[in-house]
Ligand binder design. Structure first.
Ligand code: PPS
Length: 601
């Protein structure tokens, strides 16, 4: 690998030849500070802040800002910028139509952090509305919304993209683990100081156990390189363990490597979970951080669909990075799946296992279950200190917070059943209970909102946010809005399930029954057009695809319906054993697999 003009290059050039740090010098910064007073500001979203940080610190070299239309099209279609440089993931700034309504190409805007400071100034080169479905097919190879990248692109991305070069004023602030956040230039300098000519990077978004240590040591041996543990602490995949906990695990794992052979640095990247393309992108980023080698494991950055099937073949990421490794210059270290071989007491790749030998492995799901149930974690799987850190995160279910989220048509019985459930849970008394009923929320949290799709979504997200805070702090939230849209319910599930249980209760009382009850007289008004956009009459209701409990209050009394939910909570371990007798469903009513024709999971 040749040298270039970079001040601290040691071993490998940056992508495109030169590290592109975009923070300007002091004189220019002072000019920009005067200019920004008059510029329109875009308030960066969380994902955009991570992209801006990696643009500014050079991790996205050779990009000099957010991609313009032609670069974007080149990247989506064939992974190349217009100048031919390989780049597999679009780096674009998505904004609202309202924001761009008074903007023209050539205008300058300030990119602001939520804490108020301007991180960068952008000169707009292009403003366009992309075809996000085409982008999903090109980048993720699917339109299936189970894919978190596709879902985020289609539902959580603004409709207009703006591209253009940026001039950086400051990096986003960090208040945690500051001594572990090296920029590419700092990491390169560190490698040089340590005399590390070869460095192999290990990307991860999970805690590290013995198998990870084994595979990284193999990679070190194979390449003769030192190891950089380079975990992502920006956006990872929904349901992943929070980075505070993970970083404590990484710190604890360091002592299992020979002294002076390993470093830990945090990468503030917003992952897209794009499998093979993502792996290639990760390799390019690690090259910019000065690493000479990059480990690509089985199913790198590959999500699974709702049935648990992976979106990408297990070794597709390795194949793609292998194909381009000559061109990008960083060497891939492909690793096969590693398993524990009981007879030998050692870890091996699957193809090394002697015929007939018994292998052991524990899936992520099983591991979390063992932790939650307070069961022993075998010594061969992890280190006691890592298990101890993770146990704090997974208290047994009857000590975790949870949310019971009702959805159903107006007058379906949501509020009444929710009231009874609240009373029963308060009787049990294991945790504080909060009821967020549709009407109460509309009075105290959402009084300015109406019933358009946009307003309903805002309303449900607010409920989800409050419930997630309650759940995070170990309480019980009962929510009872109509929540007519599947995608929004899914968002709420994602917000909450990272902190505790999320139980979706579908109150499937048929429309005719709801209308006949018409407790508030609103159906009658909707029928004669006095209320517009009324759910079930003139506005849609999407029944949930995967409810945890289904109840139909046509035949069930509110007490019986609440008992079914309590029974489910017992079965799932959310309620203390001692409460069982109180909360049990009487024998003659006991939980059937199907209630009124609906499968109950
Ligand atoms: S949503 O869609 O989840 O935001 O609705 P939600 O906040 O739960 O609605 C609360 C109550 O508002 C009454 N209401 C209407 N519902 C649906 N559509 C229209 N247009 C409407 N206008 C008023 C209705 O009584 C809801 O309460 P429930 O308990 O569901 O009957």
């Amino acid at each position: 690998m040749g040298s270039d003009n970079n001040p601290v290059v040691f071993g490998i050039t940056s992508h495109g030849g030169k590290l592109k740090e975009l923070i300007v010098d002091e004189t220019r910064a002072n000019e920009l500070k005067e200019e920004v007073i008059y510029l329109p500001s875009w308030n960066l979203t969380l994902r955009q802040i991570w992209d801006v940080e990696l643009l500014l610190n050079g991790a996205f070299s050779p990009l000099k800002g957010f991609m313009g239309r032609d670069d974007y099209i080149g990247v989506v279609e064939n992974m190349r910028l217009t100048d031919g440089t390989l780049w597999p993931i679009p780096i674009v700034l998505d904004v609202t139509r309202k924001f761009t309504s008074s903007l023209n190409e050539g205008d300058r805007i300030a990119l602001r952090h939520p804490e108020g400071m301007v991180l960068a100034v952008m000169t707009i080169a292009n403003i366009w509305e992309p075809d996000r479905r085409e982008e999903a097919e090109g980048v993720f190879g699917t339109l299936n919304e189970d894919h978190p990248g596709v879902f985020a692109l289609l539902h959580q991305t603004n409709p207009v993209y703006i591209g253009g070069e940026i001039e950086g004023l400051e990096l986003p602030p960090h208040h945690t683990f500051r001594n572990l956040r090296y920029t590419p230039a700092q990491l390169r300098a560190k490698f040089q100081e340590l005399g590390w000519g070869k460095v192999v990077a290990f990307q991860t978004r999970n805690p590290m156990h013995r198998a990870h240590v084994e595979l990284t040591k193999r990679a070190m041996k194979e390449t003769g390189a030192k190891l950089l543990i380079h975990p992502v602490v920006g956006r990872t995949s929904p349901g992943d363990i929070d980075y505070f906990t993970r970083v404590r695990c990484y710190q604890a794992v360091l002592k299992h490597y020979p002294k002076g052979s390993v470093m830990l640095s945090l990468l503030p990247l917003a992952m897209r979970m794009a499998g093979p393309r993502e792996a290639l992108w990760h390799a390019i980023i690690r090259k910019n951080y000065g690493c000479t080698h990059f480990i690509v494991g089985r199913d790198h950055a590959g999500p699974k669909d709702s049935q648990g099937n992976p979106f990408y073949p297990p070794y597709a990421a390795q194949e793609l990075v292998e194909k381009y490794q000559e061109e990008i210059g960083i060497k891939i270290v492909p690793v096969k799946e590693i398993v524990y071989v009981e007879d030998t007491g050692r870890y091996m790749t699957r193809d090394e296992v002697p015929p007939g030998a018994k292998t052991l492995s524990i899936s992520g799901t099983k591991f979390r279950r063992l932790l939650r149930e307070g069961k022993e974690i075998p010594e061969w799987f992890s280190y006691p200190e890592i298990v101890q850190i993770l146990r704090r995160l997974y208290p047994p279910r009857d000590k975790q917070g949870f949310t019971v989220f009702f959805t159903g048509l107006p007058s379906s019985g949501k509020s009444t059943v929710a009231q009874v459930l609240m009373a029963k849970l308060m009787e049990i008394g294991s945790r504080p209970v909060t009821l967020l009923d549709g009407d109460i929320v509309r009075k105290h949290l959402s009084s300015e909102l109406g019933f358009s799709k946009r307003d309903r979504d805002i309303n449900i997200r607010r409920i989800g946010f409050v419930a997630s805070e309650i759940t995070k702090n170990g309480g019980i939230a009962i929510c009872a809005p109509i929540a007519p849209y599947e995608a929004t319910r899914r968002e709420v599930r994602e917000m909450i399930s990272q902190y505790g249980g999320f139980i979706l209760v579908y109150v499937a009382t048929p429309l005719e029954v709801c209308e006949q009850r018409d407790r508030k007289g609103l159906y009658a008004k909707a029928r004669v057009g006095l209320i517009k956009d009324f759910t079930g009459i003139s506005d849609p209701y999407e029944p949930p695809e995967n409810p945890d409990v289904v109840i139909d209050t046509t035949e069930l009394s509110p007490e019986e319906a609440a008992q079914h939910i309590l029974e489910y909570l017992h079965k799932q371990g959310y309620l203390p054993e001692a409460a069982t007798d109180e909360g049990r469903v009487p024998q003659d009513l006991s939980f059937k697999n199907k209630i009124n024709g609906h499968e109950v999971r």
